[in-house]
Design a protein around this ligand. Sequence first.
Ligand code: HEC
Length: 180
Amino acid sequence: MTVRSVRERSTFTTALASIAVGFGLAWSTSAAAQPAPDPLDVAEGMRLYRTKADCQTCHGWAADGRKMDTQMPDAPSLRTSRLGRAGIIYAIRCGRPGRGMPAFDRQAYKDAARCNNTTLADLQKNGQALTDPASTLQLREIEMIADFLFERVIGKGPMDHAKCVEYWGEDVDACRELAK
Ligand code: HEC
């Protein structure tokens, strides 16, 4: 073997090693992007969903679209939402102007940079009414609601008796009507 081919081979090995390191890094960063949420954040997110933000009035307590208040607009089930975390957080922060979903960020459409460079004037021009939220939320609170949704709601299938008991922490009245 000539000196040159030895050097080539070692360059090849180094290249392979760096590809492996690259894969390792890519894997670990994507794993780090979705760490298991803190159970306390999930519980707080559920509380905010039901009380301060009152999402349940439109989406239902189980977030399955069975609204609690018949006067409220029909809202979709969040259990079958295909949005990723960023999409969920954006929907809560900026709402869906003209479609009945309130914007929960106090600065939404006031500071144009918050919601896709759109201002209140733009919404008015397009005839898109903005629904008022029960209460505005801090980004931290929105993140906890997202933690709750991803942990208990999105992609978890329809609500059944077992999930209901887990959701409420006990066999409450609302669970009795659900299939065992
Ligand atoms: C006043 C009624 C109302 C309230 C309160 C409300 N929503 Fe909505 N929400 C809607 C409607 C209506 C839509 C559908 C909008 C559309 O057609 O694009 C929607 C859409 C969404 C979506 C987008 C779903 C998807 O897959 O595209 C998310 C996420 C969402 N809501 C979460 C929430 C959360 C979390 C809260 C509480 C912080 C909340 N909503 C409060 C009415 C409401």
